[in-house]
Design a protein around this ligand. Structure first.
Ligand code: GLV
Ligand code: MN
Ligand code: MN
Length: 417
């Protein structure tokens, strides 16, 4: 098939933008985008995506965790998987996740319409749990597809006490069928994902597209301090066991340790629950989650160890009860050199410079890498802003990203991996 013309690329971009906007309108809240795993909004978004998949000529199936699979048969051999996620963070942007699914659908439609059988089959996957915004665990849907879902995850509960197992049942699925979601390594060639960069590098270099070299590793440390709730007016300062003051000190220890690595490790606390949560009550219980990331496994492990020591010291000194548990441990995941090179060639063929860059954000590829080689294509987003309603990518760049994915599929040879 010949190269796409500028007007064809722009038409793909316009369609992609309309589809991004359609999913962006499916939210649990009227004034901000919130679409969590296994909720009625997840259902509505998945129904919309399934409709697009069918129109694109794909055969649609849905697994026990609600992951949609749109399948295009090829001449045989191992399959190429293309995916991303349709869940969101709280108060999200519209592009993070959905665009990767939409890019896969539009790229496959290009081949399905041409009526030519590719040498390999393709599955487009729409995962529902990349962000980990509902349960204290993430990548459960891609883990099931990769065959690494662990049953302990089923007992984890959301903020309302609903366990993952119960949420699966409420979605009309059965936890017993999760093993059936696993793709066979013998039938899978690779997993690729198209995603907005979520950072400022491509924009700063004035390039629309980039090739991901690796996805950085991540640790989630759930820390709970317990002290003594009491009257804010009557208990003298020196007699208090204030769980929030201890947590605040711990957060600053995390920030200091990460700053000392001079950019090698980043540490964030973006979620805290304070109990009982009244302004005239000394906090008796506080739970925080530290999100710690680095491209270096050693640097991340060193920071986690130092932070753990620091937190223990704070709890001892302040006479606070303490529990520390790691609920997420994801290794740095390299992208396969052959896949990187094919994305680079596809970008070059569009007249752009294929910049190579790491991903500081987490992605389903980290789970899928346990099944098969993975790769990612990034596209520029305005100001590098993501996990924010201001997230934006231009229709021109959306079209270029779909065109690069089409170019990748044309170049891809499972035998060369
Ligand atoms: C998910 O997008 C993450 O990187 O936290
Ligand atoms: Mn994402
Ligand atoms: Mn995200």
């Amino acid at each position: 098939m010949g190269a796409l013309s500028t007007s064809e690329i722009d038409a793909l971009g316009a369609r992609a933008e309309a589809m991004v906007n359609a999913l962006g309108a499916i939210s649990a809240e009227p004034d901000r985008l919130v679409r969590l795993f296994l909720t009625p909004e997840h259902r509505r978004a998945a129904d919309r995506v399934a409709e697009w998949m069918r129109k694109a000529g794909l055969e649609v199936a849905e697994d026990a965790l609600g992951t949609l699979r749109g399948r295009l048969e090829g001449q045989g051999g191992k399959r190429l998987l293309i995916g991303s996620h349709i869940d969101t963070v709280i108060d999200a942007g519209k592009y993070d996740g959905p665009f990767g699914v939409i890019a896969g659908i539009l790229a496959i439609e290009h081949f399905a319409r041409a009526g030519k059988r590719l040498p390999f089959g393709i599955d487009v996957l729409a995962f529902g749990d990349e962000e980990g915004s509902r349960f204290p665990v993430t990548l459960t849907s891609s883990s099931a597809c990769a065959g690494i879902f662990t049953p302990e995850m089923l007992a984890l509960a959301d903020r309302n006490g609903v366990t993952l197992a119960d949420a699966i049942k409420a979605y009309g699925k059965s936890p017993a069928e999760i093993p059936g979601a696993a793709h066979s390594p013998d039938e899978t060639a690779a997993y690729v994902e198209v995603h907005i960069e979520q950072g400022p590098v491509l924009e700063a270099r004035n390039q629309p597209l980039g090739v991901v070299t690796a996805i950085i590793g991540q640790t989630y440390l759930n820390v709970e301090f317990s002290g003594q709730a009491g009257h804010a007016g009557t208990v003298p300062m020196l007699l208090r066991r204030d769980a929030l003051a201890g947590a605040a000190e711990a957060i600053l220890v995390g920030e200091t340790l990460a700053r000392e690595t001079k950019g090698e490790v980043v540490a964030t606390v973006g979620r805290m629950s304070v109990s009982p949560g009244a302004s005239n009550v000394i906090p008796g219980n506080v739970a925080v989650v530290f999100d710690i990331r680095s491209g270096s496994e050693a640097a991340r492990a060193k920071l986690v160890e130092a932070l753990t020591w620091g937190i223990r010291e704070i709890a001892d000194r302040r006479h606070l009860g303490l529990t520390i548990a790691s609920t997420r441990e994801v290794a740095t995941t390299p992208c396969h050199p052959y896949i990187q090179d094919q994305f680079a060639e596809a970008i070059r063929a569009l007249g752009a410079d294929p910049l190579r860059l790491g991903s500081g954000a987490g992605h389903d590829g980290q789970a899928m890498a346990r099944l098969c080689p993975i790769g990612m294509l990034f596209l520029r987003c305005r100001g590098g802003i993501s996990h924010n309603p201001m997230e934006y990518a231009s229709p021109r760049d959306l079209g270029l990203a779909v065109a690069a994915l089409i170019g990748f599929i044309e170049r891809f040879d499972p035998g060369k991996l």
